[in-house]
Design a protein around this ligand. Structure first.
Ligand code: G4P
Length: 195
């Protein structure tokens, strides 16, 4: 997605060979116009999949998930990383380890909002090692729901997540795929090229 790549080039700050900061539009301040376009793009790509629910993980997945839900006309659910005061219902839970942050979160979703009738689109802001998506897939499986695919705003193609998911036959649509962050330079993988 050209517009997103331009935004990453203009506003992204390379923090290391493996981490890029995009706080000005995705991870802290949110650009609502860009988010709306992102939502429209995911909706177009998954238009024929019969999606009934979108699921993401708090917090940065919420904005693109909500805008995609708006475009597809379906609800967006965010899995919680911490127990909420009001989340007293029966829960589906999974453990998600972040190699980037070196922490493990127990993520949970109320059984009220995902059922075996659902066809679920998983969305997230970043795809690095794939652990968040695998945790969300585990929850979709526990609910007996089916998976429409995975939508990612920024995939880091030099990490394993995309490969792990695609090898399982899962449809992964990334709007921008970063091939490298070496030497403070952001380079993208061309759309359609293998990661
Ligand atoms: P994985 O799920 O693909 O295995 O990713 P990983 O554990 O490595 O990532 C953990 C967190 O770090 C996620 O955010 C993810 O979005 C974020 N992250 C990973 N790589 C980058 C990067 O290069 N740049 C930025 N800005 N973020 C990155 P999170 O903990 O869920 O945070 P948030 O959603 O509350 O913002």
């Amino acid at each position: 997605m050209e517009l997103l790549e331009q935004k990453i080039l203009n506003e992204g700050r390379v923090l290391s060979e493996s981490v890029i900061k995009v706080d000005s539009f995705l991870n802290h301040q949110i650009d609502p116009v860009l988010m709306q376009q992102i939502g429209g793009e995911f909706a177009d790509r998954f238009a024929n999949e019969g999606v009934t629910k979108i699921i993401t993980l708090e917090s940065s997945g919420i904005a693109p998930a909500q805008m995609t839900g708006l475009s597809l006309g379906v609800p967006a659910i965010f899995a919680r990383k911490r127990k909420s005061l009001t989340l007293i219902d029966q829960l589906y839970s999974a453990s998600v380890h972040s190699f980037t942050k070196n922490e493990t979160n127990e993520i949970s979703v109320s059984k009220d909002y995902i059922t075996s009738d659902d066809k679920v689109l998983i969305l997230d802001d970043f795809l690095a090692n794939g652990q968040a998506v695998l945790g969300l897939m585990n929850i979709v499986e526990q609910a007996g729901a089916s998976l429409a695919g995975v939508g990612i705003v920024i995939e880091k193609g030099f990490q394993d997540g995309g490969k792990i998911l695609r090898e399982q036959g899962i449809r992964v649509e990334s709007l921008a795929t970063i091939a490298s962050l070496a030497n403070q330079k952001i380079t993208f993988t061309k759309e359609g090229a293998s990661v």
